[in-house]
Design a protein around this ligand. Sequence first.
Ligand code: NAP
Ligand code: GDD
Length: 357
Amino acid sequence: MTQRKRALLTGITGQDGSYLSEFLLEKGYEIHGIMRRTSTFNTDRIDHIYEDPHSSDARLFLHYGDLTDGTTLRRILEEVCPQEIYNLGAQSHVRVSFDSPEYTVDSVGMGTLRLLEALRDYQQRTGEEVRFYQAGSSEMFGLVQEVPQKENTPFYPRSPYACAKVYAHWQTINYRESYNLFACNGILFNHESPRRGETFVTRKVTRAVARIVAGKQKKLYLGNLDARRDWGYAKDYVRAMWLMLQQSEPEDYVVATGETHSIREFLDIAFTRVNLNWQDYVEIDPRYFRPAEVELLLGDPTKAKTKLNWEPSVTFKQLVELMVDADLEAIGQPCQNGNGGPLDHAMIRANMTSFVS
Ligand code: NAP
Ligand code: GDD
């Protein structure tokens, strides 16, 4: 009987970790995820796929650990003996990285180095190949030196987070070249979903739209509305991660849609979905400005399309609408994708009024 493949994930409780786990389970993998101990449950995104580990059918296992704790990472690697590692764990919020630069760099930069070191020793000792995926970011392009950005576009990071990702990127290449590791960097542009963290701009907007419709929120406070991002759908992007590790050679890939849109365009589609005008609700709060901003990101996914045969499946408009619909549903409001037809404008106004009073 052939043994099923084992994958070890850091960041399993995050947006990408949850989608990647679903994807790998469908492919027949056994999944081992590293999660942080928290005082309240932090497994919402994976509760639906979690099985009692005592069950003989269980294929998803969780281990307490932290990217700042190298001993534990090493111990888990030795216990699990995976064939693939996906390093998705990170303090991933760019704005927060300006407030907590040391911790961000420790988890993102040093965390990757700790894993690579453990992996290097493991592979040397056992002779078993373990394929490694590093979650790189378009934030590394920062003050962009070329439009669109490709695999060989020079980096110009503009935040502690992005500096740490650049460090992790080059360490991944360095370990590939020095120790013959099968290690790949995915340079992923922004990808979103209904599972996106609530403080990233897309989810902040779609959640606010639903709360405004439900009469639970009156205003939405945002920062720079002129920034442009290449936004894709997270489910598509985890497929690209897996594809990278199935190739015959380890390489680095840009994963993007090849389209860029401003926050204003995102607002337009999100509020129009519920027949509202965003200008009536959005206010600027300078506290959401960043000390240094990344104004424009636009990826060129040609290499991923040709070598990985990867394609995004969701358009920008579909992405915004599916996120709005999911937030409406979560708050108990009728969605546009159900059979209820367009939302009643008058009902929304009525809700707003009752909240105001
Ligand atoms: P996310 O939702 O913020 O998830 C981050 C994950 O990392 C969570 O599981 C979090 O655990 C975990 N984590 C945080 N600090 C940790 C630490 N010190 N030790 C171990 N785990 C830790 O991020 P995501 O959107 O899924 O992104 C996944 C990865 O891709 C990240 O590395 C991110 O930087 C990178 N990336 C994301 C995008 C994007 O647009 N989403 C684009 C490019 C690159 P808790 O649940 O306990 O917080
Ligand atoms: N978060 C947030 N909140 N961003 C805002 C707001 C706000 O209220 N108002 C405007 N923005 C602008 C930010 O200034 C930025 O230009 C843009 O919206 C996107 O911000 P985020 O959604 O926080 O994402 P990000 O682009 O900074 O970072 C995300 O994508 C990276 C890939 O390019 C994160 O997922 C990173 O982890 C990831 O590497």
